[in-house]
Design a protein around this ligand. Structure first.
Ligand code: DC
Length: 651
């Protein structure tokens, strides 16, 4: 099963257009579950039957089929194409009644899940109860709304049927959908709500796309590195990665499967697939190596063909070119081992391969590799064939040594500890761990570092801080563990500052609470007042990892921190808040002039970033004041919030 995106919401909020557009852009399937309910209704009307048992029987004879191509979704009942007829007024008037029948919902549930299971790469499913009932494990859940007026306008423009009072019909269907007992229209706890009242279609699509990207749900593109043995493929990959990780060259007699690495260049992430040396007439062990290279050709989005420029193109290279061409995938010719000008002029002979201009590089010395990478990222598709990641929230568990990070990890993992992490297609960092607690699966980043540090209390500070830094970079939320039984230290505060500076959501765990007596508690309160005042917004959870006490408090705290981290305040709401704020407390006068604030906008999320436009310099203290009031007004527990003032000439 691929990535599942659930888009729920009332009629007319823009679910269909958004879902189809996302599915097309990602190369995924699409399922309109409303169309399935409409098809059943059509069948009931056609056969003039009312009872759910009769309808289910009729469905056995004329099963519903949904063609999940988002460019052209089609619905069939038995042999009959009903794509258009299910949009008519008689179906629309009756569909709420039919879809309220529990037996019908149960029947359609099987059908919906069957379609979802068959989507290998991904599917966008729209409906009313997708995130709550049909696909509660969906990697991304969206609840798309809009006010009744704008939904009425949108629906009216879609229908030619002037008979229907669209507004009344929407209103009554909303009511039935949301009050019915079985699968009502409700927002899933972990859904992201998007109000499209003031968004046009493209803005809505962009918003969903951004979420898919943030959660790494879009498959990364794959570049396969292919070539004869010993042309320098692995050296080239080491160059791309900037480290010595890829196995160096083809060791005779050693089978090597397809090895994958994640690279980033110019802000684009992609997977590089290393392959063993391909041979036209393999024998012995090289049979498997060559076969693996061929699998890589199939799995990749773009093929990089590496030739040893010092040797030139051999007959075998020519044969390989034929093979590569057959895949009809973009091909990049890399002339490796070009260490200087003389080699480069010799290497021009490689034009004869008919693959266009070779990229001349020296993988060993780095010559030309930047230009090559520029070209590679230009050739890569936006969404690639690598399986998107799982959508599990990424947590960094950090803190100075001996505060009980490993015990907390164990307490959280309990019996459910899992190291299973072998989804095909993506590079997997083996030091991450998937842990299930509080009703979700979480990806704990770099748990290997955790264990190591726990055992080697002597590990250098510098090393530990580098490791924390890199775990934080990949994480979405940090759990900072403090030892509540001991005074808060400089080092604790440094860790907290790192999280703030990395702009990640944060939860502070006060561990070893079993060792905290009343005296210590008073002391701790004072320390918190004194030292943690800059991160007042971070929720603190008191835990005793050793006994497991309060470990169930962590998941809700993490969820609320992540919610704030990704929260968006609608521009209109933001500006009415700002207007009132400025009215009551205008910015301080400077040089006899009253600075004017025009408006504010939320420039980004994760963490929330606000930009306030003014006509002149605004004191830093006033900026902090805005930030404080923003928090008071809109919450944002668990996340840093950035407020920037931008000076703008009067328009
Ligand atoms: O999205 P639509 O208007 O085509 O949906 C038709 C009806 O089907 C709608 O009134 C509610 C119902 N429906 C449902 O109950 N559950 C779903 N998952 C999808 C649609």
């Amino acid at each position: 099963m691929g990535v599942v995106v659930a888009i729920d919401g009332p009629s007319g909020a823009g679910k269909s257009s958004t879902s189809k557009a996302i599915a097309i852009r990602a190369g995924w399937n699409y399922l309109d579950t409303g169309a399935l309910y409409r098809a059943v209704t059509w069948l009931a009307l056609e056969n003039k039957i009312q009872e759910s048992a009769q309808i289910i029987l009729a469905l056995k004879n004329s099963p519903i089929r949904f063609e999940s191509d988002p460019e052209n979704p089609e619905v069939f009942v038995g042999e009959e194409q009903v794509t258009h007829s299910i949009r008519g007024s008689s179906v629309t008037e009756n569909v709420s009644r039919i879809s309220a029948m529990p037996e019908i919902r149960k029947e359609l549930l099987k059908l919906q899940r069957g379609i979802i299971d068959k989507a290998h790469r991904g599917i966008v499913v729209e409906g009313r109860d997708i995130a709550t009932v049909v696909a509660p494990d969906a990697a991304l859940k969206i609840f798309l709304t809009a006010d009744l007026d704008s939904r009425t306008v949108r629906r009216e423009s879609e229908t030619d049927d002037k008979e229907i009072d669209v507004r009344a019909s929407l209103d009554s269907r909303d009511l039935i959908d949301s009050t019915r007992q079985f699968s009502p229209l409700v927002i899933a706890r972990d859904a992201v709500e998007i109000d499209s009242t003031y968004l046009d279609l493209n803005e809505t699509i962009d918003r969903v796309w951004e979420l898919l990207r943030e959660r790494s749900l879009l498959g990364l593109p794959i570049l396969a590195i292919i070539g004869r043995p010993n042309v320098g493929k692995s050296t080239l990959i080491n160059r791309f990665l900037g480290r010595r990780e890829a196995i160096v060259e083809d060791i005779p007699g050693v089978t090597r499967d397809r090895v994958q690495y994640e690279c980033e260049w110019g802000g684009r992430r992609f997977i590089v697939m290393d392959t063993g040396g391909w041979q036209a007439k393999p024998d012995g062990i090289s049979i498997q190596v060559s076969a693996a290279a061929e699998v890589a050709m199939e799995q990749a989005d773009v093929l990089a063909f590496v030739v040893d420029a010092q040797v030139g193109a051999l007959d075998e290279d020519e044969i390989l070119v034929q093979r590569l061409r057959k895949t009809k995938k973009p091909l990049i010719l890399i002339a490796n081992k070009v260490d200087g000008e003389p080699e480069e002029s010799d290497a021009h002979g490689l034009w004869s391969l008919g693959l266009g201009e070779p990229y001349f590089v020296s993988a060993l010395h780095g010559r030309g590799s930047g230009d090559l990478l520029d070209h590679i990222v230009r050739e890569l598709p936006e969404v690639g064939r690598a399986a998107g990641t799982d959508g599990f929230r990424k947590v960094a568990l950090i803190g100075r040594p001996n505060v009980g990070k490993s015990s907390l990890l164990n307490a959280l993992a309990g019996e459910n500890r899992s190291l299973v992490d072998d989804l095909a297609g993506t590079t997997r960092d083996p030091v991450d761990e998937l842990i299930e607690f509080g009703g979700s699966t979480w990806r704990f980043i770099d748990t290997a570092g955790l264990k190591k540090r726990a055992n080697q209390a002597s590990g250098t500070d510098y090393y530990a801080s580098l490791r924390t830094q890199s775990a934080l970079e990949r994480a979405e939320v940090a759990v900072v563990v403090l030892d509540a039984s001991e005074p808060i230290t400089e080092q604790d505060l440094r860790v907290i500052t790192m999280v703030e500076e990395a702009g990640k959501a944060m939860v502070i765990v006060m561990n070893k609470w079993d060792l905290v007596d009343e005296d210590r508690r008073d002391q701790l309160d004072k320390e918190i007042d004194r030292h943690l005042d800059q991160v007042e917004w971070a929720q603190r959870v008191n835990v005793a990892a050793k006994t497991g006490w309060h470990r169930d408090r962590l998941a809700p705290a993490l969820r609320s921190a992540l919610d704030s981290w990704e929260r968006r305040v609608p521009t209109a709401t933001l500006n009415s808040f700002l207007g009132a704020l400025i009215g009551a407390t205008p910015p301080p006068v400077r040089g006899g002039k009253q600075p004017k604030i025009y408006y504010a906008t939320q420039a980004g999320i994760a963490p929330p970033k606000f930009v306030v436009f003014s006509n002149g310099w605004i004191e830093a203290s006033y900026r902090r004041f805005i930030e404080r009031r923003l928090r008071e007004e809109f919450g944002f527990p668990g996340t840093p919030v950035h407020v920037a003032i931008r000076v703008k000439e009067r328009e």
